[in-house]
Design a protein around this ligand. Structure first.
Ligand code: PXP
Length: 245
């Protein structure tokens, strides 16, 4: 695992959120993906939710043809989604838990609890030449379970770290991320991270060298409102690279 290389996936879901709010054709997440790549994105991440609240199948179809880097499709482990993944063949699928009423993905996947079902999904997707990452809390049992179901990678949920309101909690949460990342690296799982990261909190997580990829959406789309997508991506990429030095 080349831990000197760090890549940035840009999640453009919330460009689609703005579009869906009015049922217009704009702003187009496909255009956002092009601009994100110009700013240095190494991957475009989209979450096709069961309720289609933001990203639509149309977005996935067009991005599959236009994205120059890689498409990472976040989806629930359901038969419907597995079929869609097979149809559009993203470079990677990230399996996430999904609850209709949640504002955003609230916790990691409970791989330990649903090992057999997840294992079946992982095998099915990998048979279709799609890499599979599992979005999990920084919890050693979940990481061991991810390894047992033969996932290619895990994405560590950084939400608890980002939401920490006090220094001791923040330290504890960072230590959990470090332990989880080191365990992944030891057992041979690629380790990525994401959720809640912004320009103010990314540095301490980006400094964890075992983490080789970040997936960031909301804060970048929010910053893009003021500085434009390309610049917002450039700023985040620079912050990550600076933390790595
Ligand atoms: N990674 C995963 C698996 C997610 O579900 C999300 C949110 O859609 C993100 C990363 C990005 O989180 P944020 O939008 O808070 O940057």
């Amino acid at each position: 695992m080349d831990t000197d290389r760090v890549t940035l996936g840009i999640n453009v879901d919330h460009v689609a959120t703005l579009r869906q709010a009015r049922g217009t054709r704009y702003p187009d997440p496909v255009a956002a993906a092009v601009l994100a790549e110009l700013g240095g994105a190494d991957q475009i991440t989209i979450h096709l939710r069961e309720d289609r609240r933001h990203i639509q199948e149309r977005d996935l179809r067009i991005m599959r043809e236009t994205v120059q880097t890689r498409v990472n499709l976040e989806m629930a482990a359901t038969k419907e989604m597995a079929k869609i993944a097979y149809e559009f063949k993203p470079d990677m699928v990230t399996l996430v838990p999904e609850k209709r009423e949640e504002l955003t993905t609230e916790g990691g996947l409970d791989v330990a609890l649903s090992r057999d079902t997840i294992k079946e999904h992982v095998r099915f997707l990998q048979d279709g030449d799609i890499k599979v990452s599992l979005f999990v809390d920084p919890d050693i049992d979940q990481i061991r379970a991810a390894h047992k179901v033969n996932a290619d990678a895990v994405e560590l949920h950084t939400g608890a770290y980002c939401d920490a309101r006090s220094e001791p909690v923040r330290k504890t949460e960072r230590a959990r991320l470090v332990d989880a990342a080191k365990t992944c690296s030891k057992i041979g799982l690629y380790v990525y991270a994401g959720h809640g990261l912004n320009l103010n909190n990314v540095a301490e997580v980006a400094a964890i060298r075992e983490i080789t990829e970040f997936n960031i959406g909301h804060s970048i789309v929010a910053n893009a409102v003021f500085v434009g997508m390309t610049q917002a991506v450039r700023e985040m990429k620079q912050a990550i690279l600076d933390a790595r030095r």
